[in-house]
Design a protein around this ligand. Structure first.
Ligand SMILES: [Zn+2]
Length: 301
């Protein structure tokens, strides 16, 4: 049996939309690989990430290791600091619609990526809803309808964000890191929206591991695939869509040779939800992952 992989592409910045996403979309289309693009819809405040130098010890090492400045570019690194933040969602309306018309899922990755990343795990439902309403306004402006899924920036989720999203009646959200789809149980009550966690490490994390280089990245990722379960892989438009595109291309070629089945997250969710009684109910906790600064929301059985 060959592995099944669902591909999730996070788009955090203006440059990720204008540069990385078009390259990935046309390549995936040519390979007939389904994918979900999750795009931050508000201002590109990524310049504020620089302030994390002082808060997360791993950040500087990672900036060096992955040559973040060459990936994100000078304009992005300073966006929202020296330069005014550029709106992401409203600037690329036609482009988003085109990608969706091509068969990709195009859904929100928060409004303000930096704010969500730094604060959302502790928000109550009311605070989370304030942010989600901004997301929904922009999404409606682009597509004329409400979002059907959501992926949290920085894998940050909590009782507040998921309670607020429950009222949206999403097909699924993909906000955490874990091993299998689940219904979140928090403080004794189980929420209604299916969570499909990312199961594989990201390439920017792996490149911070000892012994991993751009030369063995594809091989080492290959070893992590699980044959007997759904693999959910998150890539970034700013990373695999630009400087690491050759490696992504190589991975896809290998997947074709080995008969990998690329699956589409909305279809995965629909299939799982046909038998909700078989879906496990799990809790979450903040945890750290090798190669990633700070903590992320992790599935906890
Ligand atoms: Zn992101």
């Amino acid at each position: 049996m060959s592995a099944r992989i669902a591909l999730k592409i996070d788009v955090d910045t203006y440059r990720g939309i204008s540069d990385g996403t078009p390259r990935l979309a046309s390549f995936l289309l040519s390979q007939k690989i389904p994918a979900s693009f999750f795009i931050s819809l508000g201002p590109d405040n990524s310049g504020w990430a620089v302030t994390r130098l002082f808060r997360h010890s791993g950040f500087l090492k990672k900036m060096k290791r992955t040559s973040a400045l060459s990936i994100y570019g000078f304009r992005t690194a300073l966006s929202g600091t020296l330069f005014p933040a550029r709106p992401m969602g409203t600037s690329f309306r036609d482009q988003f619609r085109e990608w969706r018309d091509q068969g990709f899922e195009v859904s929100p990755h928060g409004y303000d990526h930096i704010l969500w990343h730094d604060q959302a795990a502790t928000w109550n439902a009311q605070r989370a809803m304030c942010e989600l309403e901004k997301v929904r306004d922009v999404y409606r402006h682009i597509f004329g309808e409400d979002p059907r899924s959501f992926a949290a920036p920085g894998w940050q989720a909590g009782e507040g964000t998921w309670q607020a999203m429950d009222s949206w009646k999403l097909l699924y959200h993909s906000d955490s890191r874990g091993t299998r789809p689940f219904f979140p149980t928090l403080n004794g009550s189980t929420l209604k929206t299916l969570e499909i966690p990312t199961t594989l490490p990201t390439w920017d994390e792996m490149l911070a591991w000892d012994g991993i280089t751009r030369h063995n990245l594809v091989e080492e990722t290959w070893k992590l695939l699980k044959k007997d379960q759904l693999n959910v892989w998150t890539i970034h438009a700013e990373f695999e869509g630009t400087v690491y595109f050759p490696q992504f291309h190589e991975f896809v070629e290998r997947a074709a040779r080995e008969g990998v089945e690329w699956v589409y997250l909305p279809k995965v969710a629909q299939t799982i939800l046909k038998n909700p009684e078989r879906v496990p109910c799990d809790t979450i906790k903040q945890g750290s992952l090798p190669g990633r600064a700070g903590t992320v929301t992790c599935q906890h059985g």
